[in-house]
Design a binder for this molecule. Structure first.
Ligand SMILES: O=C(O)C1=C[C@@H](OP(=O)(O)O)[C@@H](O)[C@H](O)C1
Ligand SMILES: C=C(OP(=O)(O)O)C(=O)O
Length: 430
């Protein structure tokens, strides 16, 4: 098993935050659905993005990858076929690729087989299975295991779906139903969670010429009969990744993050306000006579699930503050059970994190002890969160499955070392 030792070191310097994974998936998909040529620039070839590129190739797109000077890539995209008879789509561990491409593939291929690795097969697809059953669409799968084979096309019309499992189903249906001649309607029958990601889908589709009416995130009217139009697009930096360094700074490292757009639509931009909440608690506590009186911060994570691992590190290193993370049940169906993974590993290095059914309670401290073997649970966000926690440990930590960062941020360890981080045993090419 891959393992590194991270020595406690204060990080110092500037980092160019990598391009947004969510925007990259969406831009590639929209460009591949357009008739004509588009260039998507400023991509990194993380495993998830490579899987979306490969999936769209399987569905008839010609995608040429060109390396830029600064270790980013641009892709030249041109649709070559409007339809294929069979596609085999490997999503590896990318939930976005799987859930975005299933309905798209149904519009572009007579038969599609979806495969994946590690935890992907266990992540829910029931929202789609219910639709397949309602529309008599033929599909084969074993619960909790890929492959999934699906034959048949989605019909235009009314869809009543849950919005509380994953917004990725809404995004997938928006992309695909817009390829129909007639309008469709998606009604959300319960709560809509991760709405920031639905905004990203609607906005990207609009850029590529499509039209969605959003009625309060409860009803989406998908205009049919339109055509995706080609567009050159440059991907902005990723707030979900920037969050690791922004939190790193807030807990005492000296890091400058470059490339993040102030006016970004990304929901995880919320990390800026979360950090400000701690700053203002800290300021008030210094001003008040009670000084170090215990304070509480409650954070609802139903719309910002990807921030939870690094928010746990933030809370764990804010002395005299108790952080309550609420409405995070869905964290259990990500690349790992993130509530269990982050609480288990942070407690091993001396944090005080209590796992609840749908959240966490974190008691903040000045430093962590470290001196333990921790695991990323093969989850990129747990690995990166633990690396930031290591900067405030007294003793080194050993991290297992550190290579999991390749899912979204293959250059993470390189950037960490450039900031002065000290790591023994790093072999990213393995
Ligand atoms: O649409 C997207 O790009 C994403 C949506 C979110 O998933 P959920 O909608 O399942 O929360 C998020 O966790 C994931 O990393 C990316
Ligand atoms: C959950 C994530 O991604 P996905 O759902 O695309 O696997 C993530 O990047 O944290």
């Amino acid at each position: 098993m891959d393992k590194i030792t991270i020595l406690p070191t204060r990080l110092n310097g500037s980092v160019v935050v990598p391009p947004s994974k969510s925007l990259s998936h969406r831009a590639i998909i929209c460009a591949c659905l357009a008739d004509g040529e588009s260039i998507i620039d400023n991509l990194i070839l993380s495993e998830d993005i490579l899987m979306t590129i490969e999936a769209m190739r399987q569905l008839g797109a010609n995608i040429e990858i060109v390396e830029n000077d600064n270790k980013t890539y641009k892709v030249n995209i041109k649709k070559e076929k409007n339809k294929v008879s069979k596609a085999v789509i490997d999503c590896k561990e990318s939930g976005s690729t799987l859930r975005f491409i299933i309905p798209i593939a149904m519009m572009l291929s007579d038969e599609s087989t979806f495969i994946g690795t590690r935890r992907l097969g266990e992540r829910p697809l029931d929202v789609y299975y219910k639709i397949f059953q309602e529309q008599n669409i033929e599909y084969t799968t074993t619960k909790g295991v890929l492959p999934l084979i699906v034959k048949g096309k989605l019909k235009a019309g009314q869809y009543n779906i849950s919005g509380s499992v994953s917004s990725q189903f809404v995004s997938g249906l928006l992309f695909a139903l817009s390829l129909q001649e007639e309008d469709s309607i998606i009604n959300i029958v319960d709560n809509t969670e991760s709405i920031g990601y639905i905004d990203l889908t609607i906005d990207m589709m609009k850029k590529y010429g499509m039209k969605i009416e959003n009625e309060g995130y409860k009803r989406f009217i998908v205009k049919g009969g339109l055509k995706y139009t080609p567009l050159d697009y440059r991907v902005e930096s990723d707030y979900s990744q920037g969050a690791f360094f922004l939190v790193g700074k807030s807990i005492g490292n000296s890091i400058e993050c470059m490339g993040l757009y102030e006016n970004s639509l990304q929901g995880d931009k919320e990390i800026l306000s979360i950090i400000e909440r701690y700053d203002s608690v800290d300021k008030k506590s210094k001003e008040s006579k009670e000084g170090s009186l215990e304070k509480e911060i409650v954070i609802d994570v139903s719309q910002i699930p990807d921030l939870v691992p690094i928010m746990t590190v933030l809370g764990a290193l804010k002395p005299n503050v108790t952080t309550k993370i609420i409405n995070g049940q869905r964290l259990r169906i990500k690349e790992s059970d993130r509530l269990k993974a982050i609480s288990t590993e942070m407690n091993k290095i001396g944090a005080t994190v209590k796992e609840l059914e749908d959240g966490l309670v974190i008691k903040g401290k000045e430093t962590l002890k470290g001196g333990a073997i921790v695991s990323s649970w093969n989850d990129h966000r747990i690995a990166m969160a633990l690396a930031i926690a290591a900067t405030k440990c007294i003793y080194p930590i050993e991290l297992e499955e550190y290579a999991s960062v390749k899912k979204s941020y293959p250059g993470f360890w390189e950037d960490y070392v450039k900031l002065g981080g000290k790591i023994c045993g790093l072999h990213m090419g393995e």
